[in-house]
Design a protein around this ligand. Structure first.
Ligand SMILES: [Zn+2]
Length: 506
């Protein structure tokens, strides 16, 4: 069996979950579900990134330990993923002992290879905030960007990773492997970044202690990014699955963290003598009516409220259809409602409802054998199979939005097939019984195929369609490419509404 490994970033446990978290995880979930459908053994990882000074300080402000502070936030993440039908195979928390063990192991390995050394870190320090800043991060008065008080230059002993040593090897790898960083715009940015020169990276701190201790020198904790990226191999090392799933097929990340994943992480892997991931995919941001979501702007869309109002599948459909992977996308409530009404309630919902209704009314819910197909019937069948094949091609090249669109194009075709063949007229004419049976069979069979193709995007809707068709819950992608799998004399169920129309106040 072929293996496939996909990750989302591990998310920073901030109390304000927004639809952007759900967007990234939904993309990864759709890809993971598609690969399983296509016959791969899949490992899909997500998790939470819990260390660092910011978390420690937020916890202190609430008189909590860091773990007491993050536990409920991480529970909310897990709860949200359940609500969104996310099918992750593991959830990694960087505060887990299994992770600490692996981070220390990798630190040791890189240190033993001579790529970690002790030096002195000099930085601009804001004492009230306990934060280091760089020249560039300071506010317009040269003060702390958080509290706007003066900063001072301080030095502390620290460990450094020889990132500079890997600049040439990284550049060569990126240039030799066009698929390593996607999309190309991100790839070009990283090439320019490396060409400007890489400095060694400070990878330990002594000014706080919420982190993983440096092995054999516990006054230091390991820098949060060095710790965080190692999460991608922790579950594999702990379960002896490195050989099976590493290197990862896709690290899916937001564009703002592409640099950590395409420069620091690969350099660390080179230093630890491990293979590099096959692809880092930098997706765009979700904006709300054209504006980047942020707490201060008050335009954060709460995914929990959204899923409770509209259901996970409708939101998943909207995100995956509306946003071209790699580009920024717009989230708007109005556009979501329009999609639900037009595409889900009307196009898909009506197709299922009309089909089952007619099979019930004209053939007592029984599918009769198809025979003597007309040219129209034959071309409709061919279109169903072509759609499934094109769907496979698009999904294999991670063109999710286009894949959704061709399925809906076929759904539109199926609705038109009903209008063209007019089964209600055929039913009135005894000599047209065979043609009626053909049309109804073709419609039911095309719905079976649609249920397979939408299953990576809308898993619970796919199951509802199959329940109403009374067919097996288990299909593979191959089953969408062969028309005619429904048995004749199969009895279908009765139609039930898939998506209620949403009334909009004017
Ligand atoms: Zn400050």
């Amino acid at each position: 069996m072929k293996n496939f490994y996909i990750t989302t970033p591990i998310y920073y446990p901030s109390a304000n979950l927004h639809i952007g978290h759900a967007y990234c995880t939904t993309i990864a979930d759709a890809i993971a579900r598609y690969k399983r459908l296509a016959g791969y053994e899949v490992f899909f990882l997500t998790g939470s990134d819990e260390h660092g000074q910011k978390i420690q300080r937020s916890a202190q402000a609430q008189n909590k330990t860091p773990l007491e502070y993050v536990d409920p936030i991480v529970d909310n993440f897990k709860e949200l993923w359940k609500k969104f039908h996310i099918s992750n195979d593991d959830f990694i928390r960087t505060s887990e002992p299994r992770h600490e063990k692996v981070v220390q192991e990798i630190f040791r390995r890189i240190r033993d290879n001579g790529d970690i050394y002790k030096g002195e870190y000099t930085g601009l320090y804001c004492t009230p905030c306990e934060s280091y800043w760089t020249e560039l991060q300071l506010d317009e008065n040269g003060c702390c960007p958080d509290c706007h008080r003066p900063v001072e230059k301080v030095s502390e002993e620290a460990y450094f990773f020889k990132l500079s040593k890997y600049a040439d090897a990284l550049l060569k790898h990126i240039e030799d492997n066009p698929e390593f960083i996607v999309p190309t715009s991100r790839r070009n940015e990283m090439i320019q970044f490396i060409k400007r020169g890489l400095e060694d990276l400070c990878i330990s701190r002594t000014s706080f202690d919420w982190g993983i201790p440096v092995p054999d020198d516990e006054r230091h904790v390991i820098y949060v990014w060095f710790d965080a990226v190692i999460n991608y191999i922790t579950p594999l090392i702990n379960s002896n699955k490195m050989e099976k799933f590493w290197p990862a097929d896709i690290h899916l990340v937001g564009k703002e963290i592409v640099r950590f994943h395409t420069i620091i992480w690969p350099a660390m892997l080179m230093a630890a003598n491990l293979p590099l991931p096959k692809q880092i995919y930098g997706h765009g941001w979700l904006v709300t009516d054209g504006d980047k979501m942020s707490k201060s702007k008050g335009n954060v869309v709460d995914p929990v409220a959204l899923v409770e109002e509209f259901g996970a599948d409708a939101i998943r459909y909207f995100l995956l259809r509306e946003i071209t992977l790699g580009l920024d996308g717009n989230f708007s409530r109005d556009a979501l409602i329009q999609r639900i009404n037009a595409d889900l309630a009307n196009d898909l919902g009506n197709l299922l409802h009309r089909t089952l209704n007619m099979i019930g009314k004209f053939q007592k819910k029984i599918l009769l054998p198809a025979n003597d197909l007309t040219d129209l019937d034959k071309s409709f069948r061919a279109e169903a199979v072509d759609t499934a094949k094109e769907f496979r091609r698009l999904m294999d090249s991670v063109q999710l939005s286009d894949a959704v669109k061709i399925v809906w194009k076929f759904i539109g075709r199926a609705n038109k097939y009903i209008d063209e063949t007019m089964p209600w007229k055929l039913a009135k004419d005894e000599s047209q019984r065979q043609e009626l049976a053909n049309v109804l069979y073709n419609l039911a069979e095309s719905l079976r195929i649609v249920s397979i193709l939408i299953s990576p995007f809308m898993p619970s809707t796919a199951l509802k369609i199959r329940e109403q068709l009374k067919v097996s819950a288990e299909f593979k992608l191959d089953d969408a490419e062969i028309f005619g799998q429904l048995e004749s004399n199969h009895e279908v169920g009765k139609p039930e509404q898939l998506f209620p129309r949403i009334l909009v106040d004017k």
